[in-house]
Design a protein around this ligand. Sequence first.
Ligand code: NZQ
Ligand code: ZN
Length: 388
Amino acid sequence: MINFEFYNPTRIIFGKDAILKLGRELSRYGNKVLVITGGGSAKRSGLLDHALRILKENNKQVWILDGIKPNPRLDSVYEGIKMCKTRQVELILAIGGGSVIDAAKAIAVGAATQHDIWDFYLRKLSVTKALPLGCMLTLAATGTEMNGNSVVTKWETREKNFISGSALFPKFSILDPTYTLTVPRDQTANGCVDMMVHVFEQYFSHTTDTPLQDRLCEGLMKTIIENALILAADPQDYTVRANILWCGTMALNELVGMGKKQDWATHIIEHELSAEYDIAHGAGLAILSPNWMAYVYKENKALFRQFAERVWDIQGNGKSEEEIILEGIRKTREFFVSIGAPATLEDAGIDESKISLMAARAVRFGPVGSMKKLGKEDVETILRNALV
Ligand code: NZQ
Ligand code: ZN
């Protein structure tokens, strides 16, 4: 295991009617609040209006920035920063999925600096401060509700970049599974794939002697698989929604990967797909991650065998190590497809025309991944293998 520091200051308020604790949280911050939300789902479910009523009861002065798009855009971030600065906003409240929360994080950083927010995403500057942020999450997927990351797209140049930092952790996140009951089948599947791949990025590693981290990851993966399969058949089951919501948070609140060298190549490559084609992040991951596995497993066969045996319960029965590993990869792909995620670039309507361009962009900050360091040609091969 390698040395690590674990810090996670986000207060999680989880369960039915968790929103009733919003007033208590609001009392800890100033009076001027910017509410940030997406394209309408929080309005339709009644969550936005409920939150606005509570803000009013607590005598808050409120402004709303709505219309944050999936794969959130830099333009909306600039708009939010301007609102915060002209109104001297003291708290940002994000109501929605990962895109809304990531945009809110960018706005929180941008409002606390004189620098151009995009310079942080270009890695020219490090994040040191941000306005306080509270979240009300409506989609189980990214883990952004309890981590220090934000991903934003500059649409004109198709650059999808991320920032990380302690200042980016939300102060509190309200997670009521009830508000995820309306998530449609495809977004539910995309979210389950995303959390599963977050675990892959931390689990598949050259760091050895991490039995607790391995078992935590395997427990998460098995729980995601079991619950995602039930949800695909019955999206209205509150208990299953609750379990999957907590899995999403645990998969990327930075706990299960502590002490391990992590990979993240699949995510970096996927960000090029969703930046170029505006597809859902989880859909891109479902296409790429089995192809990434097939490309890198020879770097650590023992771990890929452990994954096949412990997560997919594949029995040896005279099979070679190679056969066991490949069966594990095949089961991963079949699982994604069975819950409604795409398997190939063709399924997502993507052809080979921009593969070379996307591969070049994926390595613009240098080679990606740590299981196997991937340069442009490697990325290009993985993308080509994902075509059909
Ligand atoms: O905009 P609205 O109307 O809210 O609709 C959204 C959106 O169309 C809808 N939705 C959300 N909650 C709903 C709902 N529809 C019905 N009922 C509800 N309760 O779902 C659609 C997708 O929402 P979005 O927020 O884009 O999805 P997700 O949470 O998967 O976020 C994806 C973004 O997060 C980034 C991705 O790259 C992508 O930009 N990621 C952020 C990470 C982080 N900050 O740690 C890590 C991830 O790996 C990821 O990269
Ligand atoms: Zn992800």
